[in-house]
Design a binder for this molecule. Structure first.
Ligand code: UTP
Length: 297
């Protein structure tokens, strides 16, 4: 059976983006025209996901509201002949079932995934972080490639990875390839936020996973790790230690990961998406050129 369940954790506190995230989820911050989580949703539906479970938490109800059908708004736009704006709401009609569960305390990504256990049951599933966009305007089919590889290889997990500068490795989960790296390669282990000298490669986990349900038992046995959080990375390492096969799949060069977890990354992503906007992008690009030129001179 094709994998069609995706779990989208959106329950984190987003402290690195305070005060912007004090009373709104970081996953709802706009990048260009859309909130971040809408890009994630569109990528997942494009990859064939038909059941999407959001793991939410306190203060995250605007995410649920965003995916509801707003009949009143549709009617107002229809009556006023604003067909162009109506088209902006097409995502509301995607052929998807929505589910929501709550992580009652933000105890880490692994803990968030564990709260999907009853829903997922005994099937393989996708995990897509709700604060990370893959590719400009989410033009990526990496999840579809990963689910195909998962079936073909009989894997326990496939993880998207992206090259990062060695001095950045300590910010990410880093994979340890078994024998070299191509587009798809087996892993010997993973380590969350390693000190620079201990990073086994410069390939960072890039916010997308396909997991077998064996991950739940591994998570059950995983104590709190880096930052006192239950780390998904540690549970996947445990699968490898149990003799299961775990692979990394490289993002293509046009599938850069936009991780919106901090202001530097958020500002850059917003500017990049905004200047790629079909309508307003060219004028913004000229504006930015003038702005930079004027402040340099
Ligand atoms: P982060 O690792 O960026 O953590 O989450 P965070 O708590 O949101 O942010 P900071 O560190 O306080 O700034 C990556 C993704 O995993 C989700 C987040 O919502 C985000 O989409 N997450 C994280 C959870 O769902 N639960 C958690 O306990 C932690």
């Amino acid at each position: 059976m094709p994998v069609d369940i995706a779990v989208v954790p959106v329950a984190g506190l987003g402290t690195r983006l305070l005060p912007a995230t004090k009373s709104q989820p970081k996953e709802m911050l706009p990048v260009g025209r859309k909130p971040i989580v809408q890009y994630v949703f569109e990528e997942l539906t494009g990859a064939g996901m038909r059941r999407i479970l959001f793991v939410t938490g306190q203060g995250k109800s605007s995410i649920e509201n965003h995916f509801d059908i707003n009949e009143e708004l549709v009617q107002v736009l229809r009556e006023s002949g604003k067909e162009e704006l109506l088209a902006e709401l097409a995502f509301e009609r995607a052929p998807v079932q929505y589910f929501y569960t709550r992580q009652r305390q933000a105890l880490g990504l692994g803990h968030a995934v564990l709260s999907a256990r009853t829903f997922v049951g005994q099937q393989p599933f996708v995990v897509a972080l709700g604060d990370s966009i893959i590719g400009l305007n989410a033009q990526s089919d990496v999840v579809a490639r990963m689910t195909r590889a998962f079936d073909d290889l009989g894997a326990a997990a496939i993880i998207a990875v992206e090259e990062v500068a060695p001095e950045e490795a300590h910010r990410y989960g880093i994979v340890h390839p078994r024998n070299g790296t191509g587009d798809l390669f087996e892993l010997d282990g993973l380590i969350e936020k390693p000190p620079r000298e201990q990073a086994p490669s410069n390939l960072a986990i890039a916010a997308r996973y396909v997991l077998s349900p064996a991950i739940f038992e591994a998570l059950d046995q995983t104590p709190a790790g880096v930052g006192g959080e239950i780390q998904l990375t540690d549970a996947i390492s445990r699968l490898i230690q149990q003799g299961r096969r775990v692979y990394g799949m490289r993002l293509r060069s046009d599938e850069r990961r936009f991780d919106i977890g901090n202001f530097d990354a958020y500002f850059r992503a917003f500017v990049e998406f905004a200047i790629a906007d079909g309508k307003h992008g060219p004028a913004l690009r000229t504006f930015l050129q003038h702005l930079v030129h004027d402040s340099d001179s």
